[in-house]
Design a protein around this ligand. Sequence first.
Ligand SMILES: Cc1cc2nc3c(=O)[nH]c(=O)nc-3n(C[C@H](O)[C@H](O)[C@H](O)COP(=O)(O)O)c2cc1C
Ligand code: SF4
Length: 403
Amino acid sequence: MKIKVENSLSSPVILSFSKEDTISAYVSNGGFEVLDDFIINGKKKEILSEVTKSDLKGRGGAAFKVGIKWNAVAKIESDKKFVVCNADEGEPGTFKDRWLLENRPFLIIEAITLCAYAVGASKGYIYIRGEYKNSIKTFKNALTQAYEEGFLGKNIFNSNFNFDLEIRQGAGSYVCGEETALLESIEGKRAQPRFKPPFPVEKGLWGYPTVINNVETFANVVNIIKNGANWFKQLGTENSPGTKLFPVSGRIQEPCLVEANLGVSLEKLIEEAGGVDGEFQCALVGGAAGNFIYEKELNYPLSYETLKEKGMVLGSGAVLILNRNDKKEEIVEKILEFFINESCGKCTPCREGYPILLEKFNGYLNGSVSMDEVLKLSELMFKTSLCALGQSSKFLFESYFKV
Ligand SMILES: Cc1cc2nc3c(=O)[nH]c(=O)nc-3n(C[C@H](O)[C@H](O)[C@H](O)COP(=O)(O)O)c2cc1C
Ligand code: SF4
């Protein structure tokens, strides 16, 4: 897979680290120095304050502030706490976490361990998508090396801090990536989302306070601590600081993973990926849970707040390019079929809603159902579904009908 850095990006965050084949390569490039410094000097509060000041937002789709979660777990008195890394990556068109797991495993291990130290957790899990056999193998190997070198396990850096990190293989459905369904799955149960509140920071894994963050979210942490929150905030936009990994695929000359400042335009991403294969029609941004973006929006900044202003989402950041020969309605049908198959069935609006929505959409295509009827149902599902799987079609249809 080709990896690109947007040309105007002077300080890539994640790609600034060189390839980590072995732990010694990572260490010789300054790896684990931050962990060493902060553990030896007992700087838990400093980790929390730097992450909070950085205003880093979760890269798994919901863009929730990382500092709020970490502080919430740190504050609670509990004899057990957990850190969980969400590496389930089931969003269609998304391959950023896989790349990180296979190319930056030690960066992820260091970040998870920093988090555990800051919030007071002694056990962590990384839940890796079951189909990612190679990622699991690479990460397993990296864990073995980290244990051998004493960066994980008992008395890390001769301190009294102990931390164990374990891989859990994903159970094979899209909804396993929803944070509470993922926790259920780790607990050995069927992966179905829980009612919230309580949120995982309060009652997470086996009822204990739990931080859960996406792989890419963790991938930002070491650099934030190393270079400071102010450095990080110079990247991206005011309300969406930092960079983002954008997996670009579909009708594109060079499908690739681009690291770019948040606020980058779709046009720039397309340029980095060698241009459109054919004539640009639109892009599906954010995967199945995302939305269509059109030619007139090619220069629009891709950041959490700018898209929100337009009633859109950035989601996982996946960019799927469609050319004029592609049938947008077929993509929508496939997405609805995907949601029907992946719905866990726990709540009625999603379980019953998606098959009806597909029927209505087909009715719209043959002229027997109005656009308003389709939009009304997706809006109802948005308001009443238990998790974002049942809520997603609102963004899809609002953007579908925009042109
Ligand atoms: C159906 C569904 C699937 C999801 N899949 C993933 C996933 O594969 N990876 C991920 O990080 N977050 C996924 N999420 C979002 C998580 O629920 C959660 O917001 C995320 O793990 C929090 O981490 P972050 O704050 O670092 O983004 C999914 C959500 C839903 C509703
Ligand atoms: S919205 Fe769908 S996937 Fe989510 S809990 Fe309800 S039935 Fe399950």
